[in-house]
Design a protein around this ligand. Structure first.
Ligand code: NAP
Length: 309
């Protein structure tokens, strides 16, 4: 088993995810050099002020020169452009990975640009918050969280082991699946909940019979918990919707059917159906707590989780 330590890491994109990786790499001593590149001069300057790396380079193509590990942390819709830019300068034997929330699309965008002799291993850490930018990141974001890899069929086992060792050092639990399966699983556990949250908050915002101040004032009755998800980065979530279209539409169709069932039960006063569903869903919540994916606090575990950070 390797130790997950690299001589030189290049981080392309230094928002919430990229900067959290940078903080962990620094804290844990996982690289001698960390070269950072991002699209805008403002973000690059901020990364330098925060001391996230050892070098700061405007061009992604320049940043990857000589890097043993390249981590691409940009919105999924920008993957192809980044792959095109970095491809000519990738070092033979380098590991290229990403953190994108959709996998089939990222592979389709990046794989064709990868030169012979480099190891492209797509990944997705299931960790994050509704915040974005380099200030939003923090050390320990990935601790106890899953990191799912969707390796290509010809992936070199040694490169895979080395990348797994890196994420294990960040505290992640590792899993592997094929990209299509990943996209389906994520459509239900992450993408659909965000879309529902965006929708419900949008509906409340549009309501004319309830004033905006009432929506805010009484938000703790349930609405508040949707607003956290609905505050997530618009660019990232636009890209997720556009790049996991099929799986999301499939889940939305099932969701709409189930909602119609619920609607009908309410209309016809079928309390037993409502009670049965609500009992089943309560058990799902219990399983999530038992699996250590949340804590059993009355505020959706938020304060308790914040205190742990
Ligand atoms: P973020 O905080 O908004 O940071 C995005 C980074 O990408 C910034 O460095 C930004 O550069 C750069 N960028 C934005 N648009 C770009 C473009 N068109 N071309 C090149 N670079 C661009 O985003 P994040 O939350 O770290 O998300 C990054 C990736 O991680 C996304 O693919 C997302 O799906 C995935 N992810 C996110 C979460 C989460 O909860 N946030 C969790 C797991 C995975 P400038 O600031 O310089 O413009």
């Amino acid at each position: 088993m390797t130790d997950g330590v690299f001589d030189r890491i290049a981080l392309i994109g230094i928002g919430l995810i990229g900067s959290s990786i940078a903080r962990d790499v620094k804290e844990l001593g996982l690289a001698k050099e960390v070269v950072i590149s991002t699209r805008s001069p403002e973000t690059l300057r901020r990364a330098e002020e925060l001391g996230l790396g050892t070098a700061y380079v405007a061009s992604a193509a320049e940043a990857v020169r000589g890097a043993d590990l390249v981590v691409v942390s940009v919105p999924v819709g920008a993957s192809e452009e980044v792959a095109r830019q970095i491809a000519p300068n990738l070092k033979p034997g380098a590991i290229i990975t990403d953190v994108g929330s959709t996998k089939a699309s990222v592979i389709a965008q990046m794989a064709p640009h990868m030169p012979q002799g480099v190891h492209f291993i797509p990944g997705h850490p299931l960790a994050g918050t509704e915040k974005s930018g380099p200030d939003a990141g923090f050390a320990g974001l990935f601790r106890g969280r899953w990191c799912i890899f969707t390796p290509l069929p010809d992936t070199d086992p040694q490169a895979m082991e080395k990348l797994k060792a890196f994420w294990t050092a960040l505290g992640s639990r590792i899993d592997e699946m094929d990209p299509q399966h990943h996209d389906k699983v994520l459509a239900i556990v992450s993408h659909l909940p965000h879309i529902i949250a965006y929708n419900i908050v949008g509906t409340a915002d549009d309501l004319e019979t309830v004033t905006e101040s009432e929506v805010i004032k009484y938000s703790a009755s349930g609405f508040r918990d949707f607003t956290r998800l609905a505050a997530s980065d618009p660019t990232m979530w636009r890209d997720v919707c556009l790049h996991n279209k099929d799986a999301i539409l499939e889940m939305l169709a099932r969701f709409s059917e189930d909602l119609a069932y619920l609607q009908r039960a309410i209309r016809w006063g079928e309390g037993d159906k409502l009670f049965d569903l609500f009992t089943r869903t309560r058990a799902v919540r219990r399983s999530i707590i038992e699996a250590g994916q949340d804590v059993d606090a009355p505020d959706f575990g938020r304060h308790a989780l914040d205190a742990k950070k």
